[in-house]
Design a protein around this ligand. Structure first.
Ligand SMILES: [Ca+2]
Length: 320
């Protein structure tokens, strides 16, 4: 009798342990990886590809690229005169010069490092740097070069960076660095043009755009499509750091947008500066939470396995 009970218990234990081993498959620990041949960062929660090895970010949730891929493209930097004095780049403002970041002739140098980050994290850091030609408008022609750097950081766990929590594995923090702009005018401003787009079930499209405020000084534009089970987001701090010979200063950032069914473009506006400007936006993937149905769907395989295992255990025990 004693032996029989022992057997029962050990069979049950075996099945319980087996089902626990099977359960956490999708939460196994892994750190972000860089694939240089495809210029792709891969984590357990997010994939980011630098299309054409340029600052043209395509990103998705692993396994979901057939439904939705979101795109954030850093298109151009414009020097302009704010004619209507609204502090943003708007129609009627005068464009003085332009640097096109995605021209095929611009050669982006890409370097990859794996570092130990803050709070015992692992950081994968991909740096893209280029000397981008700046073309004047009146008269038209080259007026020099600007040094543009995108330093991309991703961490294997949530990390606090200057009071902002960067979400581990699913948020790419980008330092946009603009150095030595060859100014045409001493009263002008710069605008960084960013395009939002996507591939939805293989078709090129424009996501539905929504505004959110994440916290004080941090704004978010959320990208959503009907087809995808997840959303994309672009966040930015409403201030920039400027390093000049005369010292460092922090200045406000404003933005103008033109979001429609056919295109979505944003211009972040930076102040006039001599030296180096740093701004730190980020891109991230957001999975809907609290939706019971989608939670059940994502665990369906495990629920089925657990049920089969339990039924099997009950049958075996009853036979003994
Ligand atoms: Ca304006």
């Amino acid at each position: 009798m004693k032996c029989f009970v022992m057997k029962k218990a050990s069979i049950l234990a075996f099945f319980v342990i087996t089902s626990f081993i099977l359960l956490p498959i999708n939460s196994t620990y892994s750190q972000p990886m860089w694939h240089s041949n495809t210029a792709t960062i891969e984590t357990s929660e997010m994939v980011i590809r630098f299309f054409n090895k340029q600052p043209h970010y395509m990103f998705w949730i692993p396994g979901e690229n057939n439904t939705a891929v979101y795109i954030v493209k850093f298109l151009e930097i414009i020097e302009f005169l704010d004619k209507n004095a609204d502090g943003v780049y708007s129609s009627g403002d005068t464009i003085l010069a332009r640097a096109q970041l995605l021209e095929a002739s611009v050669n982006w140098n890409i370097t990859a490092e794996t570092l130990s980050g803050p709070q015992d994290s692992v950081e994968v850091r991909i740096t893209m740097q280029a000397q981008v030609p700046v073309l004047g408008m009146m008269p038209s022609g080259s007026i020099g070069h600007v040094n543009v750097i995108f330093v991309n950081h991703i961490y294997d766990k949530d990390v606090d960076v200057n009071g902002y929590v960067v979400e581990g594995n699913k948020e790419l923090k980008i330092d946009v660095i603009i150095e030595n702009w060859p100014w045409v005018n001493e009263n002008s401003l710069l605008a960084l043009g960013i395009i939002f787009a996507g591939h939805f079930r293989g078709e090129h499209g424009v996501p539905h755009m929504e505004h959110h405020r994440v916290r004080e000084n941090v704004r978010e534009v959320r990208m959503r499509c009907e087809e995808g089970a997840f959303e994309g987001a672009f966040r930015y701090r409403e201030e920039v750091q400027i390093r000049e010979e005369s010292g460092n200063r922090t200045e406000k950032v404003k933005a103008s947008e033109d979001f429609s069914a056919h295109s979505a473009i944003m211009y972040l506006v930076y102040p006039h500066f001599e030296g180096v400007l740093t701004h730190d936006p980020s891109i991230l993937v957001i999975k809907p939470t609290g939706d019971v149905l989608s939670l059940i769907q994502s665990y369906l395989v495990y629920i089925v396995i657990a049920t089969v295992v339990i039924i099997g255990a009950v049958i075996l025990i009853k036979r003994k």
